[in-house]
Write a new protein. Structure first.
Lengths: 173, 180
């Protein structure tokens, strides 16, 4: 069966490598060009700063007529991301448009880390905590970042993943 | 863009089969602004078009493009243009791929899909899988038929023809768009 990769996916993959988004790396799996290993550095202005979060991204057969499927692999304390790593983000659901790309999806997820939205929760317990005591919630999010997301950073550095971190503040390990 | 088609209400322009695919997938309107798409533009569409048009140039991208990483196994792909045969005066002889019309005549495939089909064909693949309007289709070279991947029963005949044979056939248009 000749199931060639659509030109669009090929182009997106090439551009992600040639012109990466700062703080984000996305590499296609060696055996499956529709499966991407993604790393997102926690934004500096967020409780996730200093952490690197591992995600998986899969392009279904219908892509780009259907949204990519994205999931956090690294544990994260965030009102819009649940225990299984599922992400509550409109563009991944009913607001998907084929004019969006892998790149723009990952940028949106990075932005979601900077701006948690407890009014539209996926992890209801986290959202409630976020609304009831934001300072405490942010503290927990920082602790989780330290506990779970630093490991992936070490691993990423170890494997020399081509992760482009924000120019300032390379995290001290 | 192949067969540029505007969304009537907002004017944003897309390839005909891309826009048709968006409409079929019910993606909530124009991909750029989410404005409504008047579905009547997909009924008996017609355009002034060159039935033998070549591949359009890709949209210009500002990004640098690096070649994909070397693969372990050398991927030997014959050069399609040479396999297509070269005429005595050095011009490349082009082949066209057509699919049967529902009632009569033939349609030419979108040139980009045609290129994928031709590549699979000259590589002697038994089948090719292509995406038309966002849906996967199987091109079966042994039977010279195409059918939607999930519906083998609605198959249509396909043909590979050169330019002179092309002229003898009733080719109505391109990718479902009638030539005016």
């Amino acid at each position: 069966m000749a199931s060639s990769l659509p030109r669009r996916i090929l182009k997106e993959t090439q551009r992600l490598a040639a012109d990466p988004v700062p703080g984000i790396s996305a590499n296609a799996d060696e055996s499956n060009a529709r499966y991407f290993h993604v790393m997102i550095a926690g934004p500096e202005d967020s409780p996730f700063a200093g952490g690197v979060f591992k995600l998986e991204l899969f392009l279904p057969e219908e892509y780009p007529m259907a949204a990519p499927k994205v999931r956090f692999m690294t544990k994260i304390y965030h009102p819009n991301i649940d225990k299984l790593g599922r992400i509550c983000l409109d563009i991944l659901k009913d607001k998907w448009s084929p004019a969006l790309q892998i790149r723009t999806v990952l940028l949106s997820i990075q932005a979601l880390l900077s701006a948690p939205n407890p009014e539209d929760p996926l992890a209801t317990d986290v959202a409630e905590q976020w609304k009831a005591n934001e300072a405490e919630a942010i503290k927990t999010a920082k602790q989780w970042t330290l506990a779970y997301a630093r490991k992936s950073l070490k691993k990423a550095l170890l494997h020399q993943h081509c992760l482009v971190l924000a120019p300032t503040k390379i995290i001290e390990t | 863009m192949v067969l540029p088609t505007s969304v009537p209400s907002c004017g944003h322009k897309f390839c005909f089969i891309c826009l048709k695919g968006v409409n079929m997938a019910n993606l909530g309107g124009c991909p750029i602004c989410r404005g409504p798409i008047d579905a009547s533009i997909f009924k008996k569409p017609s355009q002034n078009l060159d039935l033998k048009m070549t591949m359009p140039n890709s949209p210009v991208s500002s990004a640098r493009v690096v070649p994909v990483a070397d693969e372990d196994v050398e991927d030997v792909k014959p050069d399609v243009s040479t396999l297509n045969g070269t005429t005595s005066n050095g011009t490349v002889k082009k082949n066209f791929w057509l699919y049967e019309g529902r009632n009569s005549g033939w349609w030419r495939f979108d040139p980009r899909i045609e290129k994928d089909i031709e590549e699979a064909f000259v590589n002697q693949m038994p089948l090719a899988e292509v995406i038309v309007c966002g849906l996967p289709y199987i091109i079966d070279f042994s039977q010279m038929k195409q059918y939607p991947k999930n519906d083998r029963n609605t198959c249509r005949a396909i043909r590979r023809v050169d330019s002179s044979e092309f002229d003898t056939l009733n080719v109505k248009g391109l990718a479902g768009v009638l030539a005016k």
